[in-house]
Design a protein around this ligand. Structure first.
Ligand code: CAA
Length: 696
């Protein structure tokens, strides 16, 4: 008998137990085991079959690692049909998560019972595919079209009680999945219950599927799988038979399986799990994390404190004065009320946090017992050094001292203390209690257990933590400054900020770069430009001043009501600010540039190639350990479209030789900006791709 599907007889019932940790994924062995188990039960004269999962879950889905490889017999759709067609009474007992192919196996069973904590879902669209083993045909038959559309196009995990109401489950009962399953089967047999194949149920009445398709397509911002899934559900209603509907589902499934979006989304799935697993941290115990200190209660400090408080950690926040401390408390209180409004926090927990878990102080002494202190003060080296000298004087031995700097040299900051091994960068993204990305910046002397503590904190705060090395901007902001510069060059050469924003949102970015600048505040870019000019721009580097003119006029973006766009309060988004184009035109005239026309494709290509080239430098220099680290930074901190997997996955899909040849071509017009990254040249010369470095 199969190793991964246990077989046991309990009277008339054959019990098939999945034993494929960690999540009982339906890999080839599991599928073979299920098929063999059904055949054996039939051959042995059992009257019923119970299917359940051992360990933490029922089947959590197809084995995603098999995607993109030649499929192996028995295929899941055929297996599901075979289970459904069995002359025996087949019952599934669910616990943990019944997802994707897992729920499809359950839907092929004749009856379904689950423990109350079980979650059910068809999350395939999040992997760029659709339920391909009858899920789009069976779910609408048991739950109706609207419920199926909701579940399949969002991939939402439904709690068992809701699934019971929807008709997806027949019973919800507390207990051990094997035992409640056995009791239920015995009851069904005693009552003479008959088989109940979903394929024999009538097809639901069609709805306006064209309208549903359009609505889902629009919501997906370029992601295709949810919209394509609508067409599969349509087939459940309109095809002339169950088999014909299934054939249509298969066809659509295969199209998506071959798509680039599927590759990107699966890359994202595995990368977000791999990103915090660093070989150098294997076996290294993080330090204790019970008390957190935060210095500075501005937007960033208050956001960091909120994030820690929401994760159940007590926080002591130090500000310069009582007034500033009160303002910080108000900011945190506003963040927490937002969490209550969004249903993420109960009112009681909110009151407990503000009443008992948040301490405010104006004296560093309050940080004596903190296990980890995060500094979020003004971005100035001298100020930061003073903070760290103070921390060195008061913090207990072994406390982790972290800076939230975005650009500054953490090695220099660490030298302001007598314990550089305890110093690390924890770079949060604003708003820190919402954004998922955390760059863990490892300085020359950061001790391994300090790095491990950074990752432990990231996990506790439910962040996607990425290891970064020290350089100007670390991973994310350094790459940002390259692709942002490319956008500025295109503006000088003839594109408008609005055309660029549109091209990039059409590509799938949450926002275009100019709308992002307005949101972040144009003063940030202005300060950076001044800093870079003061340090001396490289020979031949291009510069533009139109954005300086906006800042000089007091236009800093959303916070002042005007930037690249003009904003009316109460309205989301803005309209192009008419003052901008004349400023750009004046800059072009001053620089003797004749504007030319850019197509959307060229805009996207240049912007993306600039991003990839800088990312290749960041990986080549070891600032990011692997290409997947860069991909996760862009996905979780910079609104990069998930269905492309990240810029370096995008680059692999486009082909690195073409990217390198574009850079060489464009370097003829601007040799300073378009210099190929050595790693990119190396990979092309060796016929390799970025993916080859993820597994190395
Ligand atoms: N296939 C292969 N490996 C899987 C997997 C799957 N379906 N689901 C999870 N894993 C792996 C993870 O990669 C991880 O491996 P490592 O420990 O080596 O990193 C391990 O199982 C544990 O997973 P998590 O860390 O994610 O554990 P969790 O408890 O946080 O979450 C989960 C569990 C909710 C099941 C989550 O893993 C998940 O959402 N999995 C994907 C579920 C899914 O999308 N299923 C549909 C698959 S597509 C399908 O079924 C197609 C079809 O119709 C034919």
């Amino acid at each position: 008998m199969s190793q991964v599907i246990g077989y046991e007889r309990v009277g008339d019932i054959a019990v098939l137990a999945a034993q494929n940790p960690p999540v009982n994924a339906l890999g080839m062995d599991v599928r073979r085991g299920l098929l063999a188990g059904i055949e054996r039960a039939e051959a042995e004269g059992a009257r019923a079959v119970l299917i359940y999962g051992q360990g933490r879950t029922y089947f959590a889905g197809a084995d995603i690692r098999e995607f993109g490889k030649p499929p192996q017999d028995p295929f899941l759709p055929a297996l599901c049909d075979r289970i459904e067609a069995s002359p025996l009474l087949v019952v599934s007992s669910l616990h943990g998560t019944a997802l994707g192919g897992g729920l499809e196996v359950a839907l092929s069973s004749h009856y379904r019972i689950a423990v109350p904590s079980a979650k059910l879902g068809l999350p395939e669209v999040n992997l760029g595919i659709l339920p391909g083993a009858g899920g789009t045909q069976r779910l609408p038959r048991v739950a109706g079209v609207q419920a199926a559309l909701d579940m399949i196009t969002t991939g939402r995990h439904i709690p068992a009680p809701e699934a019971l109401e929807m008709g997806v489950l027949d019973r919800v009962q507390d207990g051990d999945p094997r035992q409640i399953g056995l009791d239920y089967v015995a009851e069904l047999l005693a009552a003479g219950a008959s088989r109940r194949p979903v394929c024999d149920m009538p097809a639901p009445a069609p709805i306006d599927f064209d309208a549903a398709y359009e609505a889902v397509l629009k919501k997906g911002r370029g992601q295709l799988s949810p919209a394509v899934a609508v067409r599969a559900i349509q087939a459940a209603c309109e095809a002339e038979s169950f088999a014909a509907g299934q054939a249509r589902e298969r066809e659509l499934f295969m199209d998506l399986m071959a798509s680039d979006q599927r590759k990107g989304l699966i890359h994202a799935f595995f990368s977000e799990r791999a990103v915090s697993k660093l070989p150098e941290l294997a076996g290294i115990e993080p330090r204790a994390l019970q008390q957190i200190g935060v210095i500075g209660g501005g937007t960033m400090g208050a956001g960091i404190a909120t994030s820690a408080l929401l994760a159940g950690l007590p926080v002591t926040l130090v500000e310069m004065s009582q007034d500033a401390a009160h303002t910080a408390r108000d900011r945190i209180a506003a963040n927490l009320s937002g969490a209550v409004k969004r249903g993420k926090l109960s009112q009681n927990a909110h009151d407990d946090i503000l009443g008992n878990r948040l301490a405010l102080a104006t004296d560093y002494d309050a940080l004596r017992s903190a296990d980890l202190v995060i500094e979020a003060v003004f971005e100035d080296m001298e100020v930061k050094k003073q903070v760290f000298t103070h921390l060195d004087a008061v913090c207990k031995d072994g406390a982790v001292l972290a800076t939230n700097t975005s650009y500054l040299d953490i090695n220099e900051i660490a030298q302001a203390t007598g314990r550089p091994g305890d110093v690390i960068g924890l770079h949060f993204f604003s708003p820190a209690h919402v954004m998922k990305l955390l760059e863990i910046v490892v300085a020359d002397d950061s001790a391994p257990d300090v790095v491990a503590t950074g990752f432990a904190l990231g996990k506790r705060l439910r962040k996607v933590s990425v290891r970064a090395g020290v350089c100007d901007g670390f991973i994310g902001n350094r790459i940002l400054s390259a692709y942002r510069a490319c956008a500025d060059h295109m503006v000088l050469d003839g594109a408008s900020p609005y055309q660029i924003d549109k091209a990039l949102t059409d590509f799938g970015f949450a926002m275009g770069p100019f709308a992002v600048s307005d949101l972040a505040g144009l003063d940030i870019g202005w300060a950076t430009r001044k800093r870079k000019r003061a340090a001396g721009l490289p020979e031949g580097a291009r510069d533009s001043t139109y954005a300086d003119r906006l800042c000089e006029a007091g236009h800093f973006g959303q916070k002042t009501g005007k930037g690249y766009y003009s904003y009316t309060s109460g309205q989301r988004g803005g309209v192009p600010n008419p003052e901008v184009i004349p400023l750009i035109e004046a800059d072009r005239v001053a620089q003797g540039i004749t504007p030319r026309v850019f197509s959307e494709d060229e805009i996207v290509r240049r912007y993306m190639v600039a991003m990839v080239n800088e990312a290749a430098r960041v990986v080549g220099e070891g600032i990011a350990r692997r290409p997947l680290d860069v991909d996760m930074v862009l996905l979780y901190g910079y609104g990069f479209p998930r269905f492309w997997g990240g810029p370096l996955k995008w680059a692999d899909i486009q082909g690195l030789p073409d990217i390198l040849s574009d850079i060489r071509e464009w370097s003829k017009e601007d040799a300073c900006f378009w210099q190929p990254a050595p790693l990119l040249e190396e990979l092309v010369a060796e016929g390799r791709d970025f993916e080859s470095l993820n597994t190395a």
